[in-house]
Design a protein around this ligand. Structure first.
Ligand SMILES: [Zn+2]
Length: 182
């Protein structure tokens, strides 16, 4: 068996699994992901701008028989602004279900509505301090969180309309409409 390496560029360092979003239901787990190096993964995650020279590696790896590799190659080639990339992409032929997976990318984009905003529309992040701008009756805890109270080190949860913070030593959920970032 060959040494493990990045299925895209062949690098052997900082390997980890990468699972392209939108995989069809019913696809076995091992077919959903590919071994991928840190350099490739950073660009796939969108944290780093695409480096067209790096992705010349797709000129060979795009021909992989692995659907997950085909999907990533097809998506990356579509994002590269280079003639060789669009030519290569036009030559690739994907099985219909693989093509559907490759095209399912649009759903990946983060939802801007999920950002957590305070009463003034300023974005809140984990660890921020906020000021309560209205007396809040804390249901279940039996006290009122007074207007002007500073809550340090808030935590964001799944619900963008609330954050978690400690008031009077009790962790409670605070409605973001009644908070101001301090
Ligand atoms: Zn790589």
């Amino acid at each position: 068996m060959a040494d493990p390496c990045c299925a895209l560029c062949g690098a052997t360092d900082t390997l980890g699994p990468f699972s392209p979003a939108g995989a069809p239901a019913g696809l076995p787990a091992e077919a959903r992901s590919l071994p991928c190096c840190g350099a490739c993964r950073a660009q796939l995650d969108g944290g780093v701008a695409l480096d067209a020279d790096h992705w010349r590696c797709l000129q060979s790896s795009a021909w992989s028989a692995e659907p997950a590799v085909q999907v990533v190659a097809w998506r990356i080639l579509g994002r590269l602004d280079a003639a060789w990339a669009s030519e290569l992409r036009a030559q690739l032929w994907l099985e219909p279900e693989v093509a559907a997976w490759a095209e399912a990318e649009a759903a990946e984009a983060p939802d801007p509505a999920a950002r957590v905003l305070d009463a003034n529309g300023a974005q809140l992040q984990d660890g921020d301090s906020v000021v309560i701008i209205k007396d809040l009756d804390v249901r279940g805890a039996g006290f009122v969180a007074k207007r002007g109270t500073v809550v340090k080190g808030i935590r964001l949860g799944d619900d963008p309309t609330h954050v978690e913070g400690k008031v009077n030593g009790t962790a409670i959920f605070l409605k973001t409409a009644f908070l101001r970032r301090s």
